[in-house]
Write a protein of this length. Structure first.
Length: 67
């Protein structure tokens, strides 16, 4: 399974700090183009660490039994 399908990406700077929030929509694929799921992930990025603020599994799609 691949997870290289980042569709929506939003970056915002938090007030007056060197801290950013990165919001991603990640689409998971198997094979060349068969989508199997969607997740939303929010990361907080600072000079000293990266942390997952929120992870939400949005949708699971059926996978063919012969893949």
């Amino acid at each position: 399974m691949r997870t290289d399908g980042v569709r929506n990406c939003f970056l915002r700077r938090l007030t007056g700090e060197q801290v950013y929030e990165l919001m991603l929509e990640v689409r998971h694929y198997t094979g060349a183009h068969i989508q199997v799921g969607i997740d939303h992930i929010t990361l907080r990025i600072s000079p000293v660490k990266i942390e997952v603020v929120n992870f939400e599994h949005i949708k699971s799609l059926p996978v063919s039994p012969h893949l």
